[in-house]
Ligand binder design. Structure first.
Ligand SMILES: CC(C)(COP(=O)(O)OP(=O)(O)OC[C@H]1O[C@@H](n2cnc3c(N)ncnc32)[C@H](O)[C@@H]1OP(=O)(O)O)[C@@H](O)C(=O)NCCC(=O)NCCS
Length: 165
């Protein structure tokens, strides 16, 4: 395997991706949302059984980038009608700012084009300046900013961003 490029996530990599998600979320979100919300969203979004099922679902695509045999970053995109959603993009803090996020965004954009989607859309916390900078650098623009009620008393204060394909 070429370690420099993203590859589609394998079933054997699901646990490592979940572990990386926990690590990056704890490095990123305590300044932005409560620990209770972090724990609830991690449990919901990184259920290993659901992730494995998505590997066989043509409407979902996960990619992983490895560095020094370790999982350094991942992205998850999915089809939602006329557009594709960039649902998750996480790079290990020790490997950030080395171009891995851009490689993962390219993989997701290329897959979304193959799905005939008109754009790639995402939500990002309004206080997540680092991610917003990365998305703007890639060519996304902010199309909407609002508070989303996600239930259980939790909200997401997000920008919606789009990248035309
Ligand atoms: C957002 C994230 C995925 C970007 O991945 P990355 O591998 O660090 O990004 P890249 O190295 O490809 O950066 C591409 C460009 O984005 C911009 N950028 C990235 N990080 C930046 C930062 N901290 N400050 C300012 N600009 C930044 C720069 O223009 C950069 O190009 P340059 O390094 O040549 O100046 C990564 O920072 C991350 O995992 N953050 C924590 C998790 C997160 O917030 N995920 C997004 C959830 S919506």
């Amino acid at each position: 395997m070429d370690e420099t490029l993203p590859h589609r996530m394998t079933p054997q990599e699901v646990d490592a991706v979940c572990a990386l998600a926990r690590l990056v979320w704890q490095a990123t979100y305590p300044a932005l949302i409560s620990q209770a919300q972090i724990d609830a969203m991690l449990a919901d979004r990184y259920a290993a059984g659901r992730m494995r099922a998505q590997l066989d679902d043509p409407d979902h695509a996960w990619w992983v980038v490895k560095r020094n045999q370790a999982t350094a970053g991942f992205v998850h995109a999915l089809r939602e009608g006329a557009y594709c959603k960039l649902d998750k993009l996480y790079v290990h803090p020790g490997y950030q700012r080395q171009g891995i996020g851009t490689l993962l965004l390219r993989a997701a954009a290329s897959w979304a084009r193959q799905q005939q989607a008109r754009c790639l859309r995402l939500q990002v916390n309004r206080g997540n300046t680092q991610a917003i900078a990365a998305y703007l650098a890639f060519g996304f623009s902010i199309i909407e900013s609002r508070v989303f009620d996600i239930g259980d008393g939790f909200v997401m204060d997000d920008h919606v961003m789009e990248f035309p394909l």
